[in-house]
Design a protein around this ligand. Structure first.
Ligand code: PA5
Length: 449
């Protein structure tokens, strides 16, 4: 198997190589703290050696369950939010056809819900599912997340109305805590097939648990290859690997130096629309892990060349507080050559016979040169192809680098206390039982009776 590779060459005009190399000791300490469990958030390190600990029996159970859903459903709704959906969505979008909806179906359509509270979205989803053979994968570690729980109740009600309680329970799979929470209780009572989210794996690090693996398998992708790719990167990013040869170590060190040098925003760039949700997953991973204690790079993303026609202006010419990390795919899955035209009215015959990807690559190179010249350092990640194995490598690479980077920054990369504030206010406003004091305070603040 080839590997994804990292290059910081286009950062060296801003941060010299020696300075990056001088981070080796600090990075080694961060890596040791992850390995020994002596750093902050050390009860959430289950992701660190997760790929190599996944057993054949684990994969078989997931594959068998996926097969059952694939055979019995036209659509499978994955209900979950944040870490309980972004990983699966990212991998499925990266691997499936951009026009999956219109393609001849070889398995169920995978739909995502439980990640918003839009009445229109939910009503339209229920309309779509009426009369359809559908299943539900309900994912919530806590089992109490409002968006997901509310959506699940709506979906479960419709499914039971359509096929009856007995058949419905065969088409519902719950992925949750091993013993705690409302979803565990409900699953036990209703007799749903369940998978466990390990206690020591936080949501945003859970894509290689059943949280990501089951939906990916239901979508028809090879979870064994995905996990094998992640294992490969677990080895490539191991603490025993020399700093300069360890991509997670070099990436973490470089972004930390760029941050200290005044860069406040890291923009993850792709040149393939299929990678849009990989960037969404990455934004959660780094945003939730590092944005705390009034510190942390703001993770942003753009889809090029599309966004070169919108955000390109800001990136080229706006305040110099940004750098880019470009995910470059070496070889596209498909092959398409640009045709010659006898009349050449559009003046594009100079491209005749070229692969479309060659045009894309020249756009990529031209953009890199322009942005670096314009004062935007570029980190480059090369992905041989968009296959399960390389996506698996990318996932583990980003996770390991995130753990190291969080420790270099001096934060706990594994908690997310900041996401509770809106929930408390929302429950107070909705007058949730148990929130009487907060409701009274909120009413007083808003001048309501
Ligand atoms: O990373 C996280 O911990 C969060 O994004 C959670 O995954 C998200 O809030 C969903 O939580 P839960 O799985 O408990 O419903």
């Amino acid at each position: 198997m080839k590997n994804i590779t990292l290059s910081v060459e286009k950062v060296l005009g801003f941060i010299p190589q020696e300075k990056i190399n001088s981070c080796a000791d600090a990075v080694a300490k961060a890596q040791a703290a992850l390995e020994d469990g002596t750093g902050k958030g050390n009860d959430f390190l289950g992701w660190l050696h997760l790929p190599s600990s996944i057993t054949d029996a684990d994969l078989k159970d997931l594959e068998d369950t996926a097969k059952g859903l694939r055979e019995s459903c036209e659509a499978v709704v994955v209900a979950g939010i944040g870490g309980s959906y972004l990983g699966a969505k990212a991998v499925i979008e990266a691997l499936q056809s951009s026009f999956q909806w219109l393609k001849e179906k070889k398995g169920p359509v995978i739909l995502f819900a439980g990640n918003n509270i839009s009445e229109d979205y939910l009503a339209e989803l229920l309309d779509l599912l009426k009369g359809k053979k559908f299943g539900i994968i309900n994912i919530s570690k806590s089992g109490t997340t409002t968006e997901t729980a509310l959506t699940f109740r709506l979906l479960k009600t419709l499914l039971e109305q359509q096929v009856g309680k007995d058949e419905a329970r065969k088409r519902i799979v719950a992925i949750t805590d091993s013993s705690k929470g409302a979803l565990r209780k409900l699953s036990t009572q209703e007799g749903y097939k369940t998978f466990v989210i390990p206690d020591n794996v936080g949501g945003r690090f859970s894509v290689l648990t059943p949280v990501g693996l089951l939906p990916i398998a239901v979508a028809g992708f090879d979870i064994r290859a995905l996990v094998a790719g992640a294992v490969e990167m677990e080895n490539k990013c191991a603490n025993s690997v020399k700093f300069e040869e360890n991509p997670a170590a070099v990436y973490a060190a470089t972004r930390n130096l760029l941050y200290k040098d005044g860069k406040k925003i890291e923009i993850l760039v792709n040149y393939h629309p299929k990678l849009h949700f990989l960037a969404e997953w990455w934004k959660q991973l780094y945003g939730e892990s590092e944005g705390k204690d009034k510190k942390g790079l703001f993770p942003a993303s753009v889809d090029f060349t599309t966004d070169l026609h919108s955000m390109g202006q800001w990136i080229q010419d706006g305040e110099r507080i940004i750098y880019e990390t470009v995910i470059s795919v070496e070889t596209p899955v498909k092959k398409l050559e640009f045709p010659s035209d006898a009349e050449n009215l559009d003046g594009l015959n100079f491209l005749a016979g070229k692969r479309i990807d060659e045009v894309n690559k020249m756009a990529e190179l031209g953009t890199q040169i322009a942005h670096v010249d314009g004062g935007v350092p570029n980190i480059h990640i090369s992905v041989p192809e968009l296959t399960e194995a390389y996506i698996g490598q990318l996932i583990y690479f980003f996770e390991k680098a995130c753990g190291i980077s969080g420790y270099l920054l001096g934060v706990n990369p594994f908690d997310q206390p900041g996401v509770e504030a809106y929930k408390k206010n929302m429950f107070a406003l909705l007058e949730k039982p148990g929130y009487e004091a907060e409701t009274a305070a909120m009413k007083a603040r808003l001048g309501k009776k």
